[in-house]
Design a protein around this ligand. Structure first.
Ligand code: SAM
Length: 236
């Protein structure tokens, strides 16, 4: 396990964060979620797909009474706990390694879920270098977020909220259709056009995903852009 450092300059930053080669490096989308993250004093928060714990730490600093933070990364407990200790909130965050909500005690009922699991097609994920294990959210990038949305509904109190990032690099239509079926209200909070990185432009996966309508890009001059969005779902 090789530890590296990352300087978070987003909300409540600067914060120095420990990473390892199995832990996701916070991204532009992390920054968007942090920007719209609202926590009521005393909320119970679940952060699923927590990576190094940055959003869990921000939620704790904003007043959560407890944050349950899960990731599949083998280093999540060690890295997340070290980061939470460094920033004075370790007594209010529990880190777990596992699949989605499996490791979280059954009696935990969340006021807020941050649902930021990997959500781009597996073939793109393998070429992107964004995910330490090289895996995305399934063949269209919708499969894992849809499973997360179904399980989250069981863990969210009535009236509770879920923050859901989506992107035009995945089958957003299927994810949003599931969200509208399961949740009373689905509201877009923020949207950002992000330049497509060179390795995806040059890769083999993109043309086929665009042809099939899974991925949608826009163009500004010679640059291609994808659209990231963060939604607020309310359980009703
Ligand atoms: C886009 S990253 C976001 C990480 C973190 N929220 C951040 O913004 O820095 C998605 C995270 O979901 C995790 N993940 C993927 N599949 C998962 C699963 N089935 N259960 C829990 N976490 C998962 C990945 O390891 C990765 O850390």
């Amino acid at each position: 396990m090789t530890a590296t450092w990352f300087d978070w300059k987003g909300r409540l930053g600067p914060l120095r964060l420990r990473l390892t080669d199995t832990v996701f490096r916070p991204s532009t989308v992390t920054g968007l979620i942090a920007q719209v993250l609202e926590v009521e004093e005393g909320d119970t928060v679940v952060d699923v797909g927590c990576g190094c714990g940055i959003l869990a730490i921000i939620a704790a600093k904003l007043g959560a009474s407890h944050v349950h933070a899960v990731d599949v990364s083998p280093d999540v407990v060690e890295v997340g706990t070290a980061n939470a200790e460094e920033h004075g909130v370790a007594d209010r965050i529990s880190f777990y390694r596992g699949d989605l909500f499996d490791p979280i005690p059954r009696d935990v009922e969340a006021d807020l879920i941050i649902g930021d699991v990997s959500g781009i097609p597996d073939d793109l994920a393998a070429e992107s270098g964004w995910f330490p294990d090289g895996r995305g959210g399934g063949p269209t990038g919708a499969e894992l977020p849809v499973r997360m949305l179904r399980e989250a509904r069981e863990r969210l109190r009535d009236g509770g909220r879920l923050l859901l990032p989506t992107g035009s690099l995945q089958d957003q239509g299927t994810i949003l259709e599931t969200a509208r079926t399961l949740y009373g209200s689905v509201r877009e909070l923020i949207s950002r056009a992000i330049p497509l990185p060179g390795q995806l432009m040059a890769g083999r996966a993109l043309p086929e995903l665009v042809r099939r309508g899974v991925v949608e890009l826009s163009q500004r001059g010679s640059r291609y852009l994808w659209q990231a969005r963060v939604w607020e779902l309310t359980a009703g």
